[in-house]
Ligand binder design. Structure first.
Ligand code: NI
Length: 260
């Protein structure tokens, strides 16, 4: 499989539970370049971002930045491809040891008998049983953890590169298009996270709600969201390629229940 086929697989998986992304994608009426694709995992030896990175190296990716999210107890890295047209990849992981023993046990039990490999760490989804009590228990400690419990291994979001759009110049214009078509933006930290001075502006819709079966009982829970990013030139005239931890921190909240 080449890199384009891999990205296509990610998109196929992602839009299967994020119908809004497909709808908004079509609203632009032009070809879309992806700024980045983001994934979530946890820092067990078999599922860590280091293991995920190993797999992506084969596709021409290399690590270019590291980020810490102390309050959310997450660590992240971003990777760039040797072909600059290919999306960057943002990998984050839950730092398990910083949570309660109850939370740690839930995930240790799940992964005792599960052995994910290679692409499964990106598109394998969930292969374990879930119940709503555990979901709520996890959500009390970390919305990231409860999201991971339900959705497993899959793209968390794709991000449209506003720089590459022909018909829209600013993030404000993109946000207006999205809102006029009935989609809700994540307002945590304001509709636009980041500033031109920080060289990166981002916005995102709130995650779609999807009906999920919890051991025989269905509940609507947040799935995934679509993001938009506009990047600016640094003092050397190069378009900034990194991420702003303070903005990403707010973007993570697009999958929080309270948004919906
Ligand atoms: Ni993102």
């Amino acid at each position: 499989m080449n890199i384009t086929a891999l990205i296509d697989k990610f998109w196929e998986k992602y839009t299967s539970y994020t119908p809004s992304a497909k709808q908004i994608h079509q609203l632009f009426g032009e070809e879309i370049t992806n700024d980045h694709i983001a994934f979530r995992t946890l820092n067990l030896p078999e599922t860590s971002i280091e293991i995920q990175k190993e797999y992506l190296l084969k596709y021409g990716y290399a690590e270019k930045g590291q980020y810490d999210f102390e309050v959310k107890k997450l660590k992240a890295i971003h990777l760039e491809n040797e072909d600059p047209v290919m999306p960057k990849i943002f990998l984050s992981e839950l730092l398990l040891e910083q949570f309660s023993t109850g939370l740690q046990k839930i995930f240790q039990e799940i992964f005792k008998n599960i052995n994910l490999k290679d692409q499964e760490l990106f598109t394998g989804g969930r292969s374990w049983e879930i119940d709503f009590h555990t979901y709520n228990q996890l959500a009390n400690e970390s919305e990231y953890a409860s999201w991971l419990y339900v959705w497993g291994f899959c793209p968390n979001h794709f991000t449209v590169s506003v720089n590459h759009l022909n018909s829209y110049q600013s993030l404000e214009e993109v946000n207006d298009l999205v809102k006029q078509n009935g989609f809700l933006l994540n307002k945590s930290g304001g509709e636009i996270k980041g500033t031109p001075e920080e060289l990166l502006e981002q916005s995102s819709i709130v995650a779609d709600l999807q009906k999920v079966d919890f051991s025989g009982t269905a509940h609507n829970v947040p799935s995934c969201y679509y993001e938009f990013a506009r990047r600016y030139e640094d003092s050397n005239g190069n378009i900034y390629q990194g991420f702003i931890a303070k903005s990403a921190d707010k973007i993570f909240e697009s999958t929080n229940f309270k948004n919906n």
